[in-house]
Design a protein around this ligand. Sequence first.
Ligand code: AMP
Length: 412
Amino acid sequence: MEITEPMKILVINAGSSSIKYQLFDMQTEQALAAGLVERINEPNSRIKHRLLDGHHAGETVLDMPIENHHQGLSQVARLLMDDTVGVIRQPDEIDAVGHRAVHGGETFNQTSVIDEAVKKKMRALIPLAPLHNPANITGIEVAEQIFPKAVQVAVFDTAFHQTMPPAAYRYALPDELYQHHGIRAYGFHGTSHLYVSKVAADYLGQPANKTNLITAHLGNGCSICAVQGGQSVDTSMGLTPLAGLIMGTRSGDIDPGVLLFLQRKLNLSVDEADRLLNKKSGLQGICGLNDVRDIQNQQAEGNQSAELALEMYGYRIKKYIGAYLAVLGQVDGLIFTAGVGENSAYIRNLACRGLAPLGIELDRAKNEANSTGIREIQTESSRVKILVIPTNEELEIARQTWSTIRGGHYYE
Ligand code: AMP
């Protein structure tokens, strides 16, 4: 949809001790400025701010005490209005603020304009995301104070996956756990899976509603999604972002019996189990490192636990690709995105190894060629196109914010 009037949208991702932001001019979809407030209410808090207008390269770094999100976002507003590194003159120039919201449960299958009722519903979902949702709500309340004229919009990480059928999202647990406590798979990274699936359909020259894709978001967190005709029909994350693929520090799928075993044997408390599975597992647990670049370097030097970590990581992705080939039946494209997916030829190779009989065949040279844009990396004979597509969750949030304040429904 073409935008004819000036429209500036600030995208905010508020975490418990951080605020990431990006300001967009929606007429051009150009990001004007971006930055990060980090270590809020901790020692060494700082703000990093960048102008993205092409003329002022470089970063402004402010080391200063930031005690809370209100102080952090006030400083962001000040930087955005600064004579040298700013892009607006007053807060009112921001028409809307798009908030990344982590858990929308079954309540939010659409991006929503925020009012008191929406905030109340988001609070009711805190038990499903006890770390993330309170931070998102704080981000919203602070933005309402600092940008009072802007429309506030919540874009939920789970919303894209609300089209999954019950057979995919239900767990084989007693029914009342679903009915009374909402225990089911919700899936996350929806904004990224949606963004790359639309870019892929465009690139392939097919309507999104006639395109079947497997989208692999491999970043700090990792998830993979089966997209049928533009809709999510299955994804690897579950009730929480712990399930599915092996991640930097998260375990991904394990036998739930492991937890029972550890509780009985080691008296593991809930908090200890949480830390174990979220912070001390995944690649970190296997080889002591969580950044795929470092692990690849170690592997190249002959470190065997680094090699095993990468093998396990790639093997898990491959298993899910196989599962989603079965779910979808016919697949037009396999998409790799996010930090690892966009940059690691090594991991893409492991994930696709041996899949040629199933129609997925990577071209070694194309896979290893460096490039930052969209590219195809399959062989001539591969039935499925394999694409590397840079994700842009912030732009997707800005687009959804814009279309939602126009009264549009975003998801099919
Ligand atoms: P993201 O969450 O999308 O920002 O992804 C972050 C992760 O991407 C990092 O933890 C790295 O493991 C990974 N990454 C970034 N660049 C590379 C690279 N050139 N090769 C391998 N992994 C990379």
